[in-house]
Design a protein around this ligand. Structure first.
Ligand SMILES: Cc1cc2nc3c(=O)[nH]c(=O)nc-3n(C[C@H](O)[C@H](O)[C@H](O)COP(=O)(O)OP(=O)(O)OC[C@H]3O[C@@H](n4cnc5c(N)ncnc54)[C@H](O)[C@@H]3O)c2cc1C
Length: 811
């Protein structure tokens, strides 16, 4: 066994084997995998091992496509062929029009990744899967490449190729402890000796938190018991003359695929069970949980109704095993927050289908620092302080019970809420607030007009449309107040703080005390890593000169890691998170200055406090830091208040606002208004794949300012020319917004992808942002949007259709 290597991957299931193989593909061959027992002895060996292409984001579709292509190549390797039923096809059923709309959107989105799903009616479903009944069925999504694979052979094939490239695999080598040294390297202690390495990867399946504990981390991963059974031979299958496609049924919560001449059926019962929450028997290896078919009888009845042939089939084998879940159902693949040189590939609940792709994207992140797609949807840092295993278990149960019922836009399910609140949450709830969830924070989405107001989320404009229209109209003429909970804030102190920030940002960083600026941080490939408001707080009774680095709520761990990783030794810079201590109240609209003047001393005129200014003051009796910035396009103030004084500030603003018609508004109105201003959202429109020139942010780049992170790569990319350009579009439809991922078309060719969309009430237009082919970025260019299966016109317009000169924001 080696005593030193570059990377130690812990765990020899599909996650670990795929990572090891892809590290060698990236050119790192001095790498090792350690497995406590035999390869695949965790969950992988007993997986139903269906391999599908369906995903709800382009990243998921892309990584699954990689799995499929890789598995096909492995299956055809004459030296070690493996069993892979590729291309049996698969159907996701639907019995509601809303689900069908969702499928049409996912088909539009997948088209941009070169993947062709078909939305078919009930009769066509039955034609392609002759065993199903069309009762209570509208249709489904056809995925032509679905199939299934032998999981043990797959892992052996990956390990075999990795070994051939120079990697080593140590079986029966349990990891017993992990020690990180001052230089961030690791010692991996195993029962067979120690291995020193630069980087560790946790790929330990349901034992994720045993190994997490060795590095002082609790990963938000919980396991559920999951059962399938395999039937005896079914004559209709034997005689069909072709293999049966896979089936996923959100109506009766089961899946099935062909196994020999019978079927394999897996169930997602309502009475589901978490597993291993109080610890896992060390001897549980190559093992299963006891059968419990009684638990799935509710689902079985639905399966029998959908597939009457099942009633005559005997049960051959029952499998009940642990399967891991995260808070949002997607795995955690990437850097472990707060720990350098450590990565994870955990929480895989469809690991056979996805594992090839996850290992691919993880290896790129380890070796190159970034993957070819933006990987935020699987990034472990997307969950922060609220993400403990108890919350995860609640979300896992909810997710399991709704396995094939995808989330609709603006749908936030109730389990594990509220996780993060401010002192105002109950106050705003009493005012009728409907909340959305942002990084665990409850955030006002809109104010319900009546206590029993309800709208069913879907893909068309819904009942909230008119509420937003009314809020925006009110804001345009009067004044509104909105709480922004959980905004990420890092206080940066020390004499070198601006030098440090200038190295991190691609533009000139605002350094004047009392002033605020917007900056973009790039990765080493020149793509956009972060967006930050840099606010310079002058020395006061609150502290010495300091910077508040503000960014999206979800970026809390991500941005802190990125900044901390780039501190130079000896640099006088200190970073401190204030995210959980302060909350923003946004006062917006032409009446905002009057309201602020009525409750905070001082001169708030445009001359005394111009746009992009900052001032410490009191709002009523509440200490506050006020910034003159606007995301709505109206005159606006961000009022940053310590949480202990938040209610006091709120009362003062409400009281002062009474005379000016102050009214509450929420995130839905903000989202609509920012679309009219050309303002972008991190991880919707600002993606690692695209650089600031491609994203239309050239005014925030200063190539002449000296070196900054990503500059060399940016110059190279700039010289090569853009691969795409972000544009604003006017969509020729009034029934639905453009949804992220939707494909823009010229004839049959995909020429762009939507990143955001919403109705702009002040300009009366259906608006979208999209990355399009660079030659199509000129205003006036027309194309078509595949909007949930319907082609509608889309025209490039100037980036800021509302008040382009910003006169209203400056007040
Ligand atoms: C019944 C069932 C059906 C499923 N069907 C499908 C399906 O159809 N399609 C699909 O895509 N997915 C399916 N899944 C999910 C899929 O099987 C899992 O997502 C996948 O196998 C997880 O692989 P993994 O490598 O993350 O974990 P595991 O396979 O559990 O591998 C983790 C490895 O880490 C090792 N390990 C743990 N601790 C240590 C330590 N201290 N030192 C060294 N090694 C350690 C373990 O021994 C184990 O081998 C199914 C799961 C179940 C339970």
């Amino acid at each position: 066994m080696k005593s030193r290597t570059k990377v130690v991957v812990i765990g020899g299931g599909i996650a670990g084997c795929s990572t090891l193989y892809h590290l060698t593909q990236e050119g790192w061959t001095d790498v090792v995998l350690v497995e406590r027992d035999e390869l695949t002895s965790g969950t992988t060996w007993h997986s139903a091992a269906q391999v599908t292409n369906f995903g709800m984001t382009q990243t998921m579709v892309g990584l699954k496509t990689h799995s499929i292509n890789l598995y096909k190549e492995l299956a055809e390797d004459p030296d070690y062929p493996i069993n892979y039923h590729h291309g049996d096809g698969g159907i996701r059923l639907a019995n509601t029009e809303a689900q069908m709309q969702g499928y049409r959107h996912f088909a539009s989105m997948a088209r941009g990744m070169g993947v062709h799903f078909e939305v078919i009616d009930a009769a066509e479903c039955a034609r392609r899967h002759p065993l199903i009944s069309t009762d209570n069925l509208l249709g489904g999504l056809w995925d032509p490449l679905d199939g299934d694979i032998d999981p043990a052979q797959l892992c052996q094939a990956l390990a075999r190729r990795a070994r051939a490239a120079g990697a080593e695999v140590y079986r029966h080598t349990p990891v017993t402890d992990l020690t990180q040294h001052r230089d961030d390297t690791w010692t991996v202690q195993t029962e067979k000796g120690d291995i020193d390495c630069d980087i560790v990867v946790n790929a330990c399946g349901y034992r994720v938190n045993e190994v997490g504990a060795m590095m002082g981390v609790q990963h938000p991963v919980a396991s559920m018991e999951h059962q399938y059974f395999v039937t005896e031979e079914i004559a209709a299958i034997r005689d069909a003359g072709h293999r049966m496609p896979l089936l996923r049924c959100p109506i009766s919560d089961y899946y099935c695929r062909q196994e020999r001449n019978g079927l394999l059926l897996g169930f997602y019962e309502q009475g589901c069970k978490t597993w291993g929450m109080d610890g896992i028997d060390p001897k549980f290896s190559n093992a299963l949980c006891p059968d419990d078919l009684h638990r799935v009888t509710d689902v079985l009845e639905g399966a029998f109704a959908r597939m009457p042939a099942l009633m005559e089939a005997g049960i051959h084998t029952i499998v009940n095993g642990p399967i891991t879940y995260t808070i949002d159902g997607a795995p955690l693949v990437g850097p472990i927050p707060g720990k350098r040189n450590s990565f994870c590939i955990i929480g895989l609940r469809a690991g056979l289908g996805e594992g090839g792709g996850h290992g691919w994207l993880l290896a790129q992140q380890i070796v190159q620092g970034e993957a070819c797609y933006d990987t935020w949807v699987i990034d472990p840092r997307r969950f922060t302080g609220h993400a403990n295993v108890e919350l995860t278990a609640l979300k896992a149960i909810e997710d399991y019970q709704n396995e094939f019922r995808f989330h609709f836009p603006h749908e936030h399910r109730p389990a594990g809420r509220p996780a993060k609140t401010t002192p105002l949450t109950p106050v705003l709830a009493a005012e009728g607030a409907e909340f959305t969830v942002v990084n665990g924070w409850e955030r006002v989405d809109y104010i319900r007009p009546t206590p029993d107001f309800h709208h069913a989320p879907g893909y068309a404009f819904d009942g909230v449309f008119d509420l937003v229209a009314s809020d925006v109209a009110h804001l345009q003429d009067h004044v509104g107040l909105c709480e922004v909970s959980g905004f990420n804030r890092i206080e940066i102190t020390g004499a070198d703080r601006h030098r440090f920030l200038n190295r991190m940002a691609c533009g000139r960083v605002q350094t004047r005390p009392g002033r605020v600026g917007l900056s973009y941080l790039l990765n080493h490939q020149g793509g956009i890593k972060a967006e930050a408001t840099i606010a310079n707080l002058p020395a006061s009774h609150c502290g010495a000169d300091r910077v508040w680095y503000g960014s999206a709520a979800a970026s809390e761990y991500h941005d802190m890691d990125w900044l901390a990783q780039h501190l130079d030794p000896g640099e006088d810079v200190q970073l401190r998170s204030l995210t959980n201590d302060q909350t923003i109240l946004v006062l917006a609209g032409p009446g905002a200055r009057d309201v602020l003047s009525a409750c905070a001393r001082g001169d708030w005129s445009a001359q005394a406090f111009p746009w992009l200014s900052l001032r410490e003051c009191h709002v009523g009796i509440a200490p506050a830091t006020v910034m003159g910035v606007s995301f709505s396009g109206e005159l606006a103030y961000e009022i940053h208040v310590p949480n202990a004084a938040l209610y006091a500030a709120y009362l003062a603003l409400r009281e002062a606002g009474r005379a000016f018609g102050l009214r509450l508004f929420g995130a839905r109105a903000v989202d609509s208004m920012r679309m009219e201003k050309g303002f972008l959202h991190w991880k919707a429109d600002l993606l690692t794949e695209f650089d600031p020139f491609e994203t239309g942010l050239e005014r925030f780049v200063a190539l002449d300012k000296g070196d900054f992170i990503g500059k060399a790569a940016l110059l190279r990319r700039h010289a090569e020319g853009p691969r795409a350009r972000l544009v604003s579009l006017r969509i020729d439809a009034d029934h639905a917004p453009a949804w992220p991922g939707g494909s823009l078309m010229l004839g049959d060719a995909v020429v762009g992808t939507v990143t955001s969309g919403d109705w702009g009430h002040r300009v009366g237009m259906n608006l979208a942002y999209a990355f399009v082919r660079p030659d199509l970025a000129q205003p006036g260019t027309t194309m078509q949007l595949d909007l949930c299966g319907t082609r509608v016109g889309a025209k490039v317009i100037p980036p800021c259709p509302y008040d382009p000169l910003g006169a209203r924001m400056r007040g």
